[in-house]
Design a binder for this molecule. Structure first.
Ligand SMILES: Cc1ncc(COP(=O)(O)O)c(C=O)c1O
Length: 457
């Protein structure tokens, strides 16, 4: 057994695992690079250590200093464990939608965690990056990691992940498949493998279907950490400097649903618990492998463990609420979600209606304009499903009742007013910006999205 003198020595050196069951019937050998075997549980430990070491060398981080970063979790976990070992304070800004497991881990490593709104246009003072940068600027001795643009991030993979794969496959690897968040993993690992193989190796980027990287519309995705979303109010689409797009030979686009269900398959069929970005990369690797032959060897990077997502991707209730597990009839889904709590006489309208069409349908049923209407989730055209962060307004039966009665808190009345207008009731919509981008109107039951419809543009 290897004996380590420091936790930092337990970063890297992860194994490859042959995927015999997922790869059954496919010609190439497929190996998974198990990045969750890093001491902090993800591929980002490598980048975190590399960035901290580079900052120390450059004199940006000195004894007693503070490590600061805006991150959806794994980089923060890596940074906070490295900081703990080296005696630095760590302050992490994380989006509110980050999986609860990751937030708890950050705190367990002693990080100070600030949760910030995450569906905010880039450049806005409340954007994650702005909040972290402002904090670092105002804190003496603070250093901001900036993983998206930090060259020490891809360098970590050029120096460790790439050489490990080359050595462990004895130079027989022909294809690398990786997701892209900051791009550090793919650019550094792929860059090294291309050099080592004199350009023979093909590098394949697995991308969530709405991600901008592979040409998607930038809508939000459920696969935390991979892909590039774009807030509709962002004026510029800025890509990370850590992502060297020239390394990519091919993009494979994967839906949230396929990514999540491939991760679940890996757990049940291979005994391999990986997160949604692992599922994303696996789905792309399996699709790619179908086009290759027996001389090929595919290595697919699994960035972190499914343990980070037990309350999300591996929870059937979460999947049902968000529409990933559903019977063929979406209206049936809404009905089952509302089971036993459905107010008498409330119609459930079919999927694919716009909000305006829904209100017309409700009127045709002889409903009062103030009656709550549950709209079945509209899937398919623009978004795979409704992401909670895309919901611009919520309406509950109670808020509509209060609006009709002229009572309720100003916030409730404003929200209900916005929703009311979206439903076509003709009321002015307090607080709604005329140029607001299309979104979703949602009906909440017990604080969870039970149904939603496209917000009229
Ligand atoms: C779960 C997960 N998968 C994939 C990635 C992408 O890795 P990279 O930033 O090296 O592109 C990240 C990055 O944070 C991540 O947290």
């Amino acid at each position: 057994m290897t004996v380590h003198e420091s936790v930092l020595d337990a970063i890297g050196g992860t194994p490859l695992l042959r995927l015999r069951r997922l790869g059954a019937g496919l010609s190439p050998r497929i190996y998974a690079k198990l990045e969750f075997q890093n001491i902090g549980g993800s591929v980002k430990d490598r980048a975190a250590l590399s960035m901290v070491r580079a900052a120390e060398t450059a004199g940006h981080l000195r004894p007693g200093g503070t490590v600061v970063e805006g991150t959806s979790g794994n980089t923060g976990i890596g940074l906070s464990l490295v900081a703990a070992q080296l005696g630095y304070r760590s302050v992490i800004f994380a989006p509110t939608a980050t999986a609860a497991e990751k937030i708890s881990l950050l705190r367990a490593y002693g990080a100070e965690v600030h949760l910030v709104a995450d569906f905010v246009p880039r450049g806005h003072p409340d954007h994650l990056a702005s909040r972290a940068a402002d904090f670092a600027a105002a804190t003496p001795g603070a250093w901001l990691a900036q993983q998206y643009d930090n060259p020490a991030n891809p360098a970590a993979h050029r120096e460790s992940t790439g050489p490990e794969i080359w050595a462990d496959t004895k130079g027989t690897v022909t294809h690398l498949v990786s997701s892209v968040g900051t791009g550090g993993t793919l650019s550094g690992t792929g860059g090294h493998l291309k050099e080592a193989s004199s350009g023979r190796i093909r590098v394949v980027a697995a991308d969530p279907e709405h991600s901008r990287y592979a040409g998607g519309d930038g809508a939000l995705k459920y696969v935390e950490g991979a892909g590039h979303a774009l807030h509709p109010d962002s004026t510029e689409d800025i890509w990370p400097e850590a992502f060297d797009t020239s390394v990519v030979d091919q993009y494979v686009r994967v839906s949230d649903r396929e990514a999540i269900f491939t991760a679940r398959r890996a757990a049940r069929e291979e005994g391999l618990l990986t997160g949604a970005t692992g599922g994303l990369a696996l789905a792309a690797a399996l699709r790619l492998a179908g086009t290759l032959d027996a001389d090929d060897t595919v290595v697919v990077v699994l960035p972190d463990s499914g343990r980070n997502y037990l309350s999300t991707c591996f929870d059937d209730g979460w999947l049902t609420r968000l529409g990933f597990l559903e019977p063929p009839d979406p209206a049936g889904t809404v009905r089952s979600l509302l089971a036993g709590r459905e107010p008498a006489g409330v119609p459930i309208l079919p999927a694919s209606l716009t909000a305006g069409e829904a209100i017309a349908a409700a009127a045709a049923l002889g409903l009062e304009p103030t009656a709550p209407v549950f709209l079945a989730l509209d899937r398919g055209t623009r978004h795979g499903t409704v992401h909670p962060r895309e919901v611009r307004a919520v309406v509950t039966p109670e808020s509509l009742r209060q609006l009709a009665a002229g009572s309720g808190s100003p916030e409730d009345a404003a929200l209900a007013g916005v929703a009311y207008q979206a439903l076509g009731a003709g009321e002015p919509a307090p607080g709604r910006r005329p140029d607001a981008a299309p979104g979703f109107l949602a009906v909440l039951v017990d604080g969870r999205i039970a149904a939603a419809a496209p917000w009229p543009a």
